[in-house]
Design a protein around this ligand. Structure first.
Ligand code: ADP
Length: 745
């Protein structure tokens, strides 16, 4: 296509910086090029648009290479007083027209997006003024009758309507969780109390989710101030109860915008004073501040921002003067569009509701999962060790793991044990998976036996892939009776699902199996039915991303190709999402297999680009993508055929993917699902409804499905669900990895 007919897109980052902005910019540039557009980076936000010149630069495919892992924004951001003036916006229009740009991707907060909309509405008038002043000619104005804009929200606060997550919020949560973990260990050593202030002037997202992930004991957020006047006493009482039951550390998390129900700010220092005076505890304050904006983007911020940047370009290409500008976001795991200015208005409505102290409305506007998370945290911090002489008939519930270790298993087990105990029931921990149930390796658990588990990787109860059969089922039945077990919570992977399904289908032979049981998806492979995400997969993805970042850094001297093997068994989730998050050129999935023809084509491609100066190539292969064409084989093949053009190194990431402390997301999901499982088991056991089920998230909502339905939801010969939502993202991965053919010239 001749250059003058191409659509010309400008991309800018504006307002506060956020980790993941680079991934979005990269995706906009590469998708734009793939679609035959010209993409210009506008440096330093709106300031760059007003100044023009060298601050507006045409981007090539390689200009956005090697930025995915960087925090902040490489094209710079700024606040611009000039853009708030009409004259500033007139200059901005002139500078855009100098390059023929009439489409913009604006990545920023509500201020930046509001500014973009004002600019769009004024565009025809601004152009008329420019013509009248003789700064542009009539045909130029006619060629650009309207300005198309799309908005992507870059904000660590996660304070925006129209998207479940904003760019940077997950990374900020990583920084907060790392800080809370570090503080917990020092607090526990000295039996100290810490008050930690996190960012969020109008939004308690970071405080609330940070508190859940960090296992904090109290939280204060702007949208939901304490309901009672003497909230200080309630807080002190909760912390005292925790201490009395043996806890060595106390953590209070407070959002910077926290206030009481009369709108009076609650500062971290005020809380410290209260705790020191009333509890006589040595209390320290830590204000996390800009640490939360820093550091490398998390895996989620890399893949999510890639997807929304990609979608933004397609939205812009289809822009018309009639179509309202859109905000691209993510809802319930899917990339979505929503009218930009409605989202801005709703975002303002939350701040407005808080300022007039209409907290009910503020919470309602935040959406249902925010409210649910708040209730979950409240249940957790309020739950206490058992009081003697309770009124409920105590039931006995077993907690068991099965399958490979998945970070977050301990988090889920801790929540379950504490909630069962809180409600007057007893909990039995089965050690070493289903083998433990066969051998009667079962211990009583109490409130304190799960102390510190919220943040720990691994599986303290032990786990393995044992699936009971034959005579072992008799032994299990005997132990269920001997220990008088009224319900089972299995937190684990596909082996656990199959084991539970087996017990469930043998009920007609073993009456002891006729008790409620539920499976909670915990597997790094993300290969379980009924849940779009399983606990552990996000942590594993972050481990892969960190490892690949390091591996890539070793390729400084020579031309190199890395073949990285990731786990996942029969499921390509880690390989594909790992590929999206690290910028791999090629991913090999077990769903697609590998053929000799594929390898030949990929090799030709690689040779072609290395000959033209490429320095680094990264391919990611799932461990079971093909039994014959192993990682070693592929590395040898590429090395041999690469013919000294490049070196090949293989890296089999192995078990580091199953280790590590769970990511914030995995801790939060583990907590939410575990709360639901406990509710389910108690309800079914009390009412004598002996259902067998598995729980999961679909479209952001919790669903519970009967074990009966499990076989039809699985691929017959493979340990993976028939439906895998993420397979639809392969096109984006494809669009990011190779320049279009015309760039081959
Ligand atoms: P954020 O985008 O993170 O909310 P700001 O509110 O500071 O950050 O906005 C960033 C920039 O966007 C401002 O410095 C200004 O240039 C521009 N901007 C914000 N609001 C408007 C507006 N109402 N009209 C024009 N430009 C605006």
């Amino acid at each position: 296509m001749p250059a003058e007919q191409r659509i010309k897109i400008g991309v800018l980052t504006s307002g506060g910086d956020a980790q993941g902005m680079n991934a979005a910019v990269r995706a906009v540039v590469r998708t734009g090029i793939s679609r035959g557009c010209e993409v210009y980076a506008i440096y330093e936000g709106y300031e760059g648009m007003i100044k023009g010149g060298d601050l507006i630069r045409l981007m090539g495919w390689d200009n956005v290479g090697g930025i995915l892992h960087k925090g902040g924004t490489v094209i710079g951001t700024a606040r611009s007083a000039g853009f708030r003036t009409r004259e500033g916006r007139r200059r901005a229009a002139l500078n855009l027209l100098a390059h023929g740009i009439d489409r913009l991707v604006v990545i920023g907060g509500d201020g930046s997006l509001t500014g973009a909309d004002a600019f769009r509405r004024e565009w025809p008038e601004l152009l008329r003024e420019l013509v009248e002043a003789g700064e542009i000619d009539g045909p130029t104005a006619q060629a650009h009758p309207f300005l198309g804009i799309v908005g992507l929200v870059g904000s660590i606060d996660n304070d925006f309507a129209g998207t479940d997550m904003t760019i940077g919020a997950d990374s900020a949560l990583h920084r907060i969780t790392e800080a809370l973990d570090a503080i917990t260990s020092t607090a526990a050593s000295h039996q100290r109390t810490f008050v930690i202030e996190v960012m969020g002037r109008h939004c308690g997202y970071l405080a609330l989710m940070g508190a859940i992930a960090g296992g904090a004991d109290w939280v204060l957020i702007p949208e939901h101030p304490p309901e009672i006047d003497d909230w200080e006493s309630a807080m002190c009482e909760a912390l005292r109860a925790g201490r009395e039951s043996g806890r060595r550390d106390s953590l209070v998390v407070v959002a910077e915008g926290a206030q009481d129900r009369y709108g009076k700010p609650i500062s971290a220092d005020y809380i410290r004073q209260i705790l020191e005076e009333r509890l006589g505890e040595d209390t320290r304050v830590t204000i996390l501040g800009h640490v939360q904006r820093g550091g490398a983007p998390s895996a989620f911020d890399r893949w999510m921002s890639t997807l929304i940047g990609h979608t933004a370009v397609d939205e812009l290409i289809g822009a018309t003067p009639e179509r309202e500008p859109q905000l691209i976001g993510i809802r319930e795991n899917r990339i979505t569009t929503a009218p930009l200015m409605q989202c801005v208005a709703q975002t303002h409505a939350v701040a407005e509701a808080i300022s007039v102290r209409n907290y009910e409305q503020a919470m309602a506007l935040r959406g249902s999962s925010f409210g649910e998370a708040f209730r979950t945290l409240r249940t957790l911090v309020r739950s206490k060790p058992p009081q003697r002489g309770g009124t409920v008939r105590p039931l006995r519930f077993a907690v068991i793991h099965s399958g490979g270790p998945a970070p977050g298993m301990n988090t889920a087990a801790r929540v379950a044990v504490r909630l069962f105990v809180d409600q007057g029931h007893q909990v039995l921990g089965v050690q070493g998976g289903f083998q433990g149930l066969i051998d009667g390796n079962i211990v009583e658990m109490d409130w304190m036996s799960v102390s510190g588990w919220a943040t720990m990787g691994g599986a303290e109860l032990g786990t393995n892939r044992k699936i009971p059969q034959g005579a072992e089922l008799y032994q299990i039945a005997r132990n269920l009776e001997r220990f008088n077990i009224n319900g089972i919570l299995m937190i684990g992977g596909s082996a656990g699902y199959r084991a539970c399904h087996r017990l469930f289908s043998e009920r007609h032979i073993f009456p002891a199996f006729d008790i409620p049981m539920i499976c909670l998806p915990a597997s790094i492979n993300n290969n379980l039915p009924g849940s779009e995400l399983s606990i552990g997969a996000d942590t594993a993805l972050n481990s892969i991303v960190e490892a690949v970042d390091r591996i890539k850094q070793t390729a400084v001297a020579s031309r190199r190709c890395f073949v990285v093997e990731v786990m996942g068994r029969d499921c390509g989730y880690l390989a594909l999402m790992g590929g999206l998050a690290t910028g791999a050129e090629r991913v090999y999935l077990p769903e697609e297999g590998i053929t000799l023809r594929d390898l030949q084509a990929d090799l030709d491609e690689m040779i072609y680009w290395f000959k033209r100066g490429k320095r680094l190539s990264l391919v990611i292969r799932n461990e079971k993508a093909n039994p014959i064409y192993s990682t070693g084989f592929m590395a040898s093949l590429f090395e041999e055929e690469g013919n000294q053009l490049f070196e090949v190194r293989q890296a089999i990431l192995g078990h580091l993917q199953q280790g590590g402390d769970p990511s914030p997301f995995d801790r939060i999901q583990a907590t939410r699902l575990s709360v639901k499982c406990v509710e389910f088991l108690i309800d079914r056991a009390v009412n004598g409804r002996n259902e067998g089920a598995f729980i999961g998230y679909k479209g952001g909502r919790v669903q519970i499905i009967s074990l009966e339905d499990m076989p039809r939801m699985m691929e017959p010969d493979f340990a993976r669900p028939r439906e895998q939502w993420w397979m639809g993202l392969r096109d984006v991965a494809q669009a990011m990895r190779q320049p279009p053919d015309e760039l081959r010239g």
